[in-house]
Design a protein around this ligand. Structure first.
Ligand SMILES: Nc1ncnc2c1ncn2[C@@H]1O[C@H](COP(=O)(O)OP(=O)(O)OP(=O)(O)O)[C@@H](O)[C@H]1O
Length: 264
């Protein structure tokens, strides 16, 4: 069943058409990847899917709810979460506190409740701590609740970023290059984590240059080139698509070659 449907999406910057009329469907519980050569429009697309950029035209519907043109907090409230290439982590806070900041997106308390520290608020805080603890365990950061972010490795911070995004309990999670800068072992941990999330029912949209990860984890791959959808299908279908091979020849290795190189 379709969770997110995108129709006729367009975005230009000056004379550059970053996204030029793209239609997409993201199915519930599946892992979708968006790939393409540098400048293809991947970041522009996920910035629109998370409400950071306002599209020039087109529709973005989450289970029939129109979100195009709404502010970013509406996308979050509707159930779209995301991670960022440049980590959105508070380095002077512990891992647990970082994850709790993500959960606060969903919580609403009155000023009076906060000032009086009502029992309901204390209960909510205890639940929030427990949920953050569980998420750290889920992403493989068990035992690091009280570790300050500035003492964590880059690989651990990438997983902390995912835990922070999950704290808002998104139905659809946009992952912006979660494996960038990671070694092969750390990338495999991200691979396993994505599979666990999808099995638990979270729909994933992955933007990633690590083709080994994309080929391994995706149910469905969309290939963008010059702001347009060049191909889509299973990893096998897109990696043998002549147009995709041609698009990659000018800039980088083909998806299949990149996947092989990443495995080596
Ligand atoms: N904020 C912006 N201002 C001006 N031009 C932009 C902006 N964002 C993107 N572009 C342009 O839109 C086009 C698509 O860029 P985008 O960053 O979406 O591609 P990408 O596929 O994410 O590339 P990469 O893989 O290098 O991150 C590029 O020509 C880029 O220069």
């Amino acid at each position: 069943m379709t969770l997110l449907a995108v129709r006729g999406l367009e975005k230009s910057f000056g004379g550059v058409k970053a996204i030029g009329g793209v239609d997409l469907r993201f199915e519930r519980g599946a892992v979708h990847s968006v790939i393409g050569p540098n400048g293809a429009g991947k970041t522009s697309l996920i910035n629109m899917l998370s409400g950071i950029y306002r599209p020039d035209a087109g529709s973005i519907q989450l289970e029939g709810q129109e979100l195009a043109g709404q502010p970013a907090h509406r996308f979050a409230a509707a159930g779209i979460g995301r991670t960022f290439q440049n980590l959105q982590v508070f380095f002077n806070m512990t891992a647990l506190e970082n994850v709790m900041t993500g959960r606060h997106l969903r919580e609403r308390h009155s000023l009076a409740a906060a000032l009086l520290r009502t029992r309901a608020l204390q209960r909510a805080e205890a639940q929030s701590r427990q949920a953050a603890h569980d998420l750290l365990r889920l992403v493989g950061l068990c035992g690091q609740d009280d570790t300050r972010a500035d003492a964590m490795s880059y690989g651990a911070l990438k997983r902390l970023e995912i835990a922070r995004a999950l704290a808002a309990q998104p139905r659809l999670l946009l992952l912006d290059e979660p494996a960038a800068g990671l070694n092969a072992t750390e990338a495999r941990e991200i691979d396993a984590l994505i599979q666990r999330l999808a099995e638990a029912g979270t729909t994933i949209v992955l933007v990633e240059h690590n083709m080994a990860l994309v080929m391994e984890v995706s149910d469905h791959v969309v290939v963008l080139d010059h702001g347009r959808k060049l191909a889509e299908g299973t990893p096998h279908e897109v990696s043998s698509h002549p147009g995709v091979i041609e698009a990659y020849l000018g800039s980088a290795e083909t998806p299949a070659e990149e996947a092989e190189a990443a495995h080596a």
